[in-house]
Design a protein around this ligand. Sequence first.
Ligand code: ADP
Ligand code: MG
Ligand code: ZN
Length: 415
Amino acid sequence: MSGQRAIEILQSVFGFPGFREGQDQAIEAVLDDRHVLAVMPTGAGKSLCFQVPALVKGGLTVVISPLVALMQNQVAILKLSGVKAVTINSGQSRDENVAAWRAAASGEANLLYLSPERLMTERMIAALKKLSPGLIAIDEAHCISQWGPAFRPEYEDLKHLKNLFPDIPIIALTATADPLTREHIADKLFDRDAEIIVTGFDRPNLHLTVEMKVNWKKQLLNFLEGRDNESGIIYCLSRKKTEETAQMLQDQGYNALAYHAGMDQESRTVNQDRFITEPGIIMVATIAFGMGIDKPDIRFVFHTDLPGSPEAYYQEIGRAGRDRNEAVVHMLYGLDDIRMRRTFIENEGGGEERARREHQRLDALLAYCEAPECRRRTLLDYFGEQIEACGKCDCCNNPAETVEGDEVGRVILGV
Ligand code: ADP
Ligand code: MG
Ligand code: ZN
């Protein structure tokens, strides 16, 4: 019955012919009032797993999300489909927030997006109890795990939800696949059996390539040659480097913009909007950019520096090629990157156990960089998925590298 409603809503409201892998299972479980942990890669369509049930159930669905930009992006997208969603957040005026609350409380809005710290106040909890929401969705749920790649202390409080709203199903969503983080999320959020749904992580349309860093500016410019009409993201480790790189690319005639958390909110919004709406813009950014950015036609992601973990890397490259057309992801890494990452881990605090795990993650990423065989296979193997060699990555396509290696070996060995 409700499954039928779900597909009707998918088609009539969102305009999609059918569910993608994992979506129907997640939706069915939620409509059955079960808790759900949905582990699905970036771009898989996690949002619909709570948006469709929100409409099937009616009433109010509360959505927790870690970033203002993310909430605003989702609310705006929902409006385009005619779904009434509102958000209360620090990026809005008091009046806007009051209006949003009225819409949620009166039943006019179906979805209410909140940050965890807005939700977990006594007043908000008391007010929501009166409204008795039909569903609580926790997006980017890995933020609750201190073993995860993006721990947010404000997420910690969400562990009380299961007691505060014992009868309401909770759906937690994340793209972070590593089994330990998964277990942690379920432990914290659920006190009863939860449906855990994990879907495939392979993104066959992404071409994975990695290169030793020699002269990164030159390598970047080489990579960009002929790509001046494509949208892409260039990730840099530091804010300063994003600005300098954007400038360098502008000087070369590219349509490049910078984005980092040190910029004022207005320039960030302007740059983000331009990236999303204008074709052929290159965003040169720190990792502050990208979470929840829903631009289907990003044709490349270029890492000028090594990310901190396979999870972070996977998230960042996952922003490319969401339209399922071919996209290239290229990463540079060098000894300095590795040293810097190790220092970050040591300085980050959080205890020995955390540091040990972070070093392990970094090691796994390095193993990926130096993969002797199919890179995609190495990456997916880390996430617990076995595939055949892809025939598309640089390792599969470029046995030349190995030949070169052999030559070096011959020189060294004198054979
Ligand atoms: P995630 O949160 O998993 O990264 P999103 O929920 O942002 O992914 O969805 C990514 C894209 O996939 C969006 O453009 C969305 O509209 C699209 N999408 C989601 N579900 C479907 C579906 N069943 N059919 C077609 N497109 C879908
Ligand atoms: Mg999402
Ligand atoms: Zn391969």
